[in-house]
Write a protein that binds this ligand. Structure first.
Ligand SMILES: [Zn+2]
Length: 191
């Protein structure tokens, strides 16, 4: 890890509308039409409503990951992660030292110890000790994954990554996208 890490400007505040109006739904419901019941049912649910509901869940999971990051003893940066599969949280993690090591992440010069595990690595390896698996899961993480964690995410079968804080290095996110993983930036100030 290099010193003087900076996060880029958060610039996507307007990307995720909180709620969409239901007025158009009511209008649709009152309109006579000759379509079959099944087709009618589909037209009554605007696609953006499903999107909005999912976005709200994403935000809540991301907020939980942010709260979970407060468990970290690391001084320079606290990172939290959750792994969600089939609407269940199957794992969690925050950055810190391996089991049995003192809870001190930095040396006297405020440089992070090389043996500190990132939040994503902790969450993924926790699954390895459980009866669960992360195939097809979503990872919620406070910070854009580094390239080392990106490799683990790919190999763990995770299919989607949602993060809030942008990082100046994008090689981790780029690698995830190359592997066909959906990567979404949801800025912290917007959740
Ligand atoms: Zn990492």
């Amino acid at each position: 890890m290099k010193t003087n890490l900076k996060f880029s400007e958060y610039s996507e505040y307007s990307e995720y509308p909180e709620y969409s109006s239901t007025q158009s739904t009511r209008n649709t419901r009152n309109t006579r039409n000759t379509q079959s019941p099944q087709t009618t049912q589909k037209t009554l649910i605007p696609s953006n409503m499903t999107h909005t509901k999912n976005t709200m869940l994403d935000r809540r999971y991301l907020r939980m990951a942010t709260i979970w990051s407060e468990n970290s003893y690391c001084q320079r940066r606290q990172v939290g992660a959750l792994i969600v599969k089939d609407k269940m949280i199957i794992s969690d993690g925050y950055n810190g030292t391996p089991s049995g090591f003192p809870n001190v992440c930095e040396d006297d010069n405020n440089v992070t110890h090389p043996y500190v595990l990132h939040a994503e690595a902790n969450a993924i390896t926790k699954i390895a000790r459980s009866g669960n698996n992360s195939d097809g899961a979503t990872l919620y993480v406070t910070d854009s994954p580094c390239i080392e964690c990106a490799k683990l995410i790919i190999q763990a079968g995770i299919k989607r990554v949602v993060y809030s804080r942008e990082y100046r290095l994008t090689d981790g996110a780029d690698l995830l996208r190359r592997a066909g993983i959906t990567v979404e930036h949801m800025p912290l100030d917007n959740i």
